[in-house]
Design a protein around this ligand. Structure first.
Ligand code: ATP
Ligand code: MG
Length: 457
């Protein structure tokens, strides 16, 4: 349809790159010499309904939605930058100018939709060759490219992690030089890219690059601070940053769950603050799981990550990450297993996956032994859960039951009795059953000087 309209237009950027890489994508960007909005309106007019057109006048763009395809139209433009903002001054420009403002050669290829050479690949900066070489390179001077829009530094590393590409040496040098300019990018944009790294097949690769380029220290100092090894009296501790990356990498082979990956990244974040050296015991990090869990809300807030149950989930896993190890090391009581089931609830399987990923020893025998131990913990968890149903804890006796039995309103006593019943069940004093819990309630009420007014049987 486009050639007949007689306009010069191109599909450009990510869709072309992904087509050549064989990665299916439903986001198409079309640039046109002239008005993107007018072209989109014309096309929408020719199509037999069912599609949705959205016009963004201020940006000079229009978005056409056909089924689950999103096609964005915009006129070719050029950009110029000021030093204090990553937002450029945008003006109409030629196709060549439009292409040369793009971040990477692999993102600068276009497929013509015009009459003369419909379907041909326009590759002004050697993007195809870089795709083959698997490298990230900027079309223009990398110094200027990254300095103009520092978000591109995050994007370079994100593509390296997503596509398993390397960053061209000149590019990487320019990123290192400009790292502190990431500060002019909003934390939301930075974290969008960070989370794309976290979701990628090899997040540790991206994180290593962020560290190496000096970007991590700019926006995520708590993680950056985990790097380093101290030696006292000839004793060194392990590098907690690279250990965490290995755990993240192990976990990412087993799970795509972004927040579980975050828990892997942060599980030891409390270590720098709890590090101590003892001549006898060597390096210790006592309580790092508590300190780490306490740090999670602040980190999430600063990085503008969710403050809801996703954060609480990460916090919980950080807090509990040592518990299954304890269960595997000693002869465990049923009560310890019940307590972990109670605290972890439905996240118990994720916690076990995290713990298994936390085994980073290079000694294969050791790894095997630890994994076998965890298998035993899993079995034990399953056995106890089948018997006692603790995972989805619902108190067998409610506050209302207690109030009705002793004819009283809400108050301290209700809480005391409820807690006593729960503790008795977790300790195995009574089974997790209503009948036993009611009897226990009467007994506890009596201790508090309460008299039942209702027959509980
Ligand atoms: P993905 O959609 O997988 O995130 P993408 O490359 O399509 O990757 P978009 O943000 O959709 O990324 O951008 C579309 C195109 O716009 C890119 O391919 C690139 O040509 C250009 N582009 C995007 N962001 C920038 C930027 N910060 N600087 C220069 N060009 C950019
Ligand atoms: Mg895209």
């Amino acid at each position: 349809m486009l050639p007949q309209m007689g306009c010069e237009a191109w599909v450009v950027g990510g869709w072309v790159r992904d087509l050549l890489l064989g990665r299916p994508s439903k986001d198409i960007d079309i640039v046109v010499e002239g008005s993107g909005i007018e072209l989109a309106q014309k096309i929408a007019g020719e199509l037999p309904g069912g599609q949705k057109l959205k016009v963004f006048k201020n940006f000079g763009t229009a978005m056409l939605r056909i089924d689950d395809w999103e096609i964005e139209f915009v006129g070719t433009r050029k950009e110029s930058y000021r030093s204090n903002s990553r937002k450029p001054i945008v003006e109409d420009g030629t196709f060549r100018e439009d292409i040369s403002r793009r971040d990477f050669t692999i993102n600068s290829m276009a497929i013509s939709l015009g009459k003369k050479n419909f379907g041909s690949l326009e590759d002004l900066y050697g993007g195809l060759e870089d795709l083959q070489k698997k490298q990230i390179r900027t079309p223009l001077d990398p110094e200027i490219t990254y300095s103009d829009d520092p978000l591109r530094m995050m994007r370079a590393i994100r593509f390296a992690a997503q596509l398993n590409f390397k960053i061209d040496a000149a590019s990487f040098e320019a990123i290192c030089k400009n790292n502190s300019r990431i500060k002019i990018v909003s934390i939301e944009r930075t974290m969008d890219e960070f989370n794309k790294i976290m979701r990628s097949p090899h997040p540790a690769k991206g994180l290593k690059l962020l560290k190496k380029a000096g970007l991590l220290k700019e926006f995520f100092p708590e993680l950056n601070a985990m790097q380093g090894v101290e030696v006292v009296s000839g004793k060194a501790h392990k590098d907690n940053f690279y250990h965490s990356l290995q755990v993240l990498e192990n976990l990412s082979q087993r799970s795509d769950n972004l927040w579980l990956r975050w828990a892997a990244l942060l599980h030891d974040v409390g270590k720098p603050r709890t590090k101590q050296f003892d001549e006898k015991a060597g390096w210790t990090f006592h309580g790092h799981e508590f300190v780490g869990a306490k740090m999670v809300p602040g980190i999430f807030k600063k990085l503008r990550l969710p403050q809801d149950e996703k954060m609480k989930y990460v916090q919980k896993l950080v807090l509990l990450h040592l518990r299954p190890i304890v269960l595997s090391e000693s002869i465990v009581t049923d009560s310890a297993v019940r307590r972990l089931l109670f605290e972890a609830g439905d996240d118990i399987d994720d916690l076990m996956t995290l713990c298994e990923a936390d085994i980073t020893s290079a000694n294969k025998q050791k790894v095997k032994r630890y994994l076998r131990n965890f298998e035993l913990v899993r079995q034990k968890l399953q056995e106890i859960e089948e018997k006692d149903k603790i995972r989805n804890w619902q108190p067998p006796v409610t506050g209302l039951d207690i109030m009705e039995t002793f004819n009283m309103g809400p108050g301290k006593e209700v809480g005391i009795i409820k807690t006593a019943i729960r503790e008795a069940i977790l300790d195995g004093i009574i089974p997790n059953e209503r009948e036993a819990a009611l009897q226990y309630m009467l007994q506890e009420g009596k201790k508090l000087g309460l008299t039942p007014v209702k027959d509980v049987n």
